[in-house]
Each structure stands twice: as structure tokens, then as C-alpha cells.
Design a protein around this ligand. Sequence first.
Ligand SMILES: O=P(O)(O)O[C@H]1O[C@H](CO)[C@@H](O)[C@H]1O
Ligand SMILES: O=c1cc[nH]c(=O)[nH]1
Length: 244
Amino acid sequence: MVEEKQPHTQLTSAIKTDSAVIVGDPARVDKATKLLTNVEEWAFNREYKSVLGDYQGKRILVMSTGIGAPSAAIGVEELNNVNVKKVIRVGSAGAMQTGINLGELIIGEGVVRDDGLTKKYVPAIYPAVPAFDLLALAHKYAPEAIYGIIRSHDGFYMDDNAEYEAFWSQKGIVGADMESGAMMVVGRQRGMKTLSILNNVVLYEGDLAAGVNDLVDGDELMAKGEVASLELAFKILSDQSLEG
Ligand SMILES: O=P(O)(O)O[C@H]1O[C@H](CO)[C@@H](O)[C@H]1O
Ligand SMILES: O=c1cc[nH]c(=O)[nH]1
């Protein structure tokens, strides 16, 4: 029987890899695959652009998931359906503490699940945490990164964002994005290993929209951070300790 394509990503198990990097922005897929060899474009349907390539001999899928928990969760579910078992999100984030510079990498040791979707999967008291071995490899290759708990939210333009951010900053949260919590919760439910590596594009209490615009416009520090975050994900997924 011919395997049906996954309806949103258009993936099938013919991708023949257990490892994927997911990003929000489809344009980041092209930046990522510049770091790979034997590149094969797979599909571009809705927000899901997927390209395969090799990094140090390891075949890796790079796929965009768009913005927000629901589309990230659909992407992770469809990756699981085609036998991908290790997923690293490479995203952009806003810093939640002073002293975290633009282009610095923020790596989630856990996520405050401030999204709507994952509560439908498991109660809010269930933790969103990365896989220990992927996190340990991040420490091996990027000891200088900022490690801590991040917050994934649903509301980029909410009126009271400043108040929410002040609250969570006081609790020690280091960065904010919109998809890491969903990836970790859904991935864990499906027996997948996950990790989130975020490139800081907004200083704490800085202008969110201006930061995201600077990323689009190729700000030098942010562009460096983007490449560094992608390279780190590829190093981790191609590390021999994950094989076998
Ligand atoms: O750059 P990406 O990976 O999309 O990540 C961040 O950027 C988007 C908001 O601008 C959200 O998706 C957020 O999580
Ligand atoms: O502060 C930020 C920056 C990018 N993306 C977010 O979700 N928050």
C-alpha cells in the first residue's frame, strides 16, 4: 500500500531520518540548508517548508512550522508520524532578563506553558522539559549560552504583555517564544526527544516589533546568532553519542 502523505507537511517516511530541526520562519530553512550538503527540497505546503541535508554524515530534516503552538504541534505530530524521534527547535526569542545581548543563545531547561493548546493534551501541572541528552550536548558545544526556563505564550500583541513579562521576569524566566512549550509537551507525549535553542532578538523591556523587524532586516548580531543557533542544533543532532 502506498503511504499517504502527512496532510499539512506533505512528509512521508521516505525522508529516512530520525532527526529534525524546526524553525518558525520558512526563510530560516534556506539559511539552515546553506550549512548542509546533499540538499534535497522536499515540500512547501502552507507554513511548512521542508528540506533535507547532511551535516557531518547525518541526514537531517529542516522544517518551518510558522507561528504559534497549534501549527508547531501539528508539525511535531506529523514528524512523529514519519518516524522522526529527535527534534530541535531553532527559533527567535525576546530576553526576559537584563544583560542578555542581541544574538546570544537562550536554551530552555524547561518551559512555562502559557499557551492554550497544550492544556488540551495534558493538565497545566505537567512539565514541558527537554531531553536530558540533547541538553547535555548543548552544554558540551555551547557552554557560554544562557540556560534557564523560558516562557511560551500565544499573544504577541496583547495589551497587557508588559505586565505579564514583568511578572515572569521576576520569577527568573530567561526568554520568551511561542512554540517551545508545545513542541516539548507534544513531543514527550509521543516519545520524542526535544530541545529548544533561541536567538535573542529583543533586549529585556525593548521594543518587540522593532526587534523582530531588525531580524528580518538582517541585523548583524541577530544574523550571527541565527547561524550559531542552527550550527549548534546540527552539531547536537549529528553527535555520535545519539546513535544506537
Ligand atoms: O522566529 P520564530 O522561530 O518564528 O520564533 C519567534 O518569532 C515569532 C514571533 O515573531 C514566534 O514564532 C516566536 O516564537
Ligand atoms: O519577545 C519575543 C520575541 C520574539 N518572539 C516572541 O515570542 N517574543
